[in-house]
Design a protein around this ligand. Structure first.
Ligand SMILES: *[C@@H]1O[C@H](CO)[C@@H](O)[C@H](O)[C@H]1NC(C)=O
Ligand SMILES: *[C@@H]1O[C@H](CO)[C@@H](O)[C@H](O)[C@H]1NC(C)=O
Ligand SMILES: *[C@@H]1O[C@H](CO)[C@@H](O)[C@H](O)[C@H]1NC(C)=O
Length: 407
């Protein structure tokens, strides 16, 4: 595999210059002992949910462009899957994560358990390419066409299909909870009337749509050096940090160049409240694969400051979109009547306030906002105190809607 090597050499060449000051830190996470991928393909239900005593069922759905996705349905410990009283609620994970991320702290701390305990009919989404999705009806993961998508397809195909499926089974409007990439998918999908009409409300953690003001130093470095362009130009389609090359890369970065806790901080901002004794468990499941095209699309948006479709370059844009620049997603098309709730963090270097302010100006409905000064990007999923800080107010928001609507 010569192509990944190119990116690897690029990184090795690059990082020492910017991390000299970090070399005295001990490496906290030893990536060399991490599994390259989960050693078996047992289901998410059987690995993380059933062992905690919660009923859980696996569902498999197919998107219009052929991807096979896993969805898990979870109910309260003493409940039954099809008899949960509350409205259906769909959890949408972030980039390089999957549905397992909602279950990695204790049952009293993790949203994936707290929501069913509060009576909601909980559905866990997993987008294409993650280890809980099931591949494609005709393409194999080795084909580059399998990885030819970005968050735009995750919104308009994966999320659309999840919502259709849950709606057809429950006949109810769905509440959405998204984190990070899950919020950009939600914003894009909710601009489409046929999707929005099936959604009752959305709670968005670390909301992103405009990305221009991202401050995370490692991300800015990669954006400014066009690492995404280099990766794609090297003929590289899948981004999998648990593959052989990915493990080598992280090994080298962590052991020799920077400490891994620092890597997490320099990508996500300083997280206040992660449980360090759970890092082995976190890194057993995270990161999940995504596509190089997805990273490229996100980096395009950081460089251009627009919330728009994938930019193919002038000539192909004319062919694909009939215009020179890709069309923008129009946030003002999200129905004014759709209740929105957003939580954002003062240390979150991926979801910047200036960008969020831009987003809020464009949407017509007035979101309820929760600000957490010491939260970084990952705290919204894995903070030991997320229940009190984030999930309790979110559940209060959802329950207040239930009283006034027909759900
Ligand atoms: C994963 O599942 C597939 C098909 O169900 C099976 O062929 C394969 O052996 C499994 N892999 C592992 C490592 O269990
Ligand atoms: C990827 O998809 C786009 C549009 O969906 C298409 O124009 C392009 O040819 C595809 N690229 C490859 C390599 O298949
Ligand atoms: C952190 O995780 C460990 C290991 O699972 C657990 O025993 C401990 O109670 C957790 N700490 C807090 C404060 O939740």
């Amino acid at each position: 595999m010569a192509m990944p090597l190119l990116a690897f050499i690029f990184l090795l060449f690059f990082f020492p210059l910017h991390s000299a000051g970090d070399s005295s830190f001990p490496s906290v996470v030893d990536y060399s002992i991490l599994p390259h991928a989960l050693s078996d393909n047992k289901s998410l239900c059987s690995q993380l949910v059933l062992p905690a005593g919660y009923p859980c069922a696996e569902h498999k759905i197919q998107t219009k462009d052929g991807f096979l996705l896993g969805l898990q349905r979870v109910s309260s410990r003493d409940g039954e899957l099809e008899k949960q009283k509350g409205p259906p609620i769909l959890l949408l994970h972030g980039l390089f994560m999957a549905g397992d991320g909602w279950f990695l702290n204790s049952a009293r701390q993790s949203l994936g358990f707290i929501l069913p305990d509060n009576g909601f009919d909980v559905w866990i989404g997993n987008v294409r390419g993650t280890r809980w999705s099931y591949g494609h009806s005709s393409l194999s993961e080795d084909e580059k066409e399998f990885w030819n998508w970005s968050w735009e397809e995750l919104a308009l195909y994966d999320l659309a299909e999840m919502i259709n499926y849950i709606n057809s089974l429950t006949n109810k409007k769905i509440y959405i909870v998204g984190h990070s990439q899950g919020t950009i998918m939600s914003f894009a999908a909710l601009t489409q009337p046929d999707i929005a009409k099936k959604v009752g409300a959305a709670a968005l953690l670390s909301p992103i749509s405009y990305l221009e003001h991202i401050t995370a130093p490692l991300v800015r470095l990669m954006v400014d050096t066009h690492l995404d362009t280099i990766i794609l130009a090297s003929g590289f389609h899948e981004l999998n940090f648990k593959s052989d090359w990915g493990t080598v890369l992280l090994d080298n970065l962590c052991d020799r160049l920077v400490n891994c806790i620092n890597i997490l901080s320099s990508i996500t901002g300083e997280n206040c409240c992660l449980n360090r004794s759970r890092f082995d468990l976190f890194f057993k499941y995270e990161p999940h694969p995504s596509s190089a095209k997805n990273l490229h699309h996100l980096f395009q948006m950081i460089r251009k400051g627009s919330f728009s479709k994938y930019d193919y370059g002038l000539l192909k844009n004319l062919r694909v979109y009939g215009q020179r620049v890709p069309p923008e997603f129009d946030l003002s098309r999200i129905p004014e009547s759709l209740p929105l709730w957003m939580a954002y963090g003062g240390n979150d270097e991926l979801s910047d306030w200036t960008d969020l302010e831009n987003t809020i100006k464009k949407v017509k409905s007035v979101p309820e906002l929760v600000y957490l000064e010491n939260y970084g990007h990952v705290d919204f999923i894995l903070s030991m105190k997320a229940k009190e800080d984030v999930y309790d107010p979110m559940i209060k928001f959802f329950k207040s809607l239930g009283k006034s609507s027909s759900l």
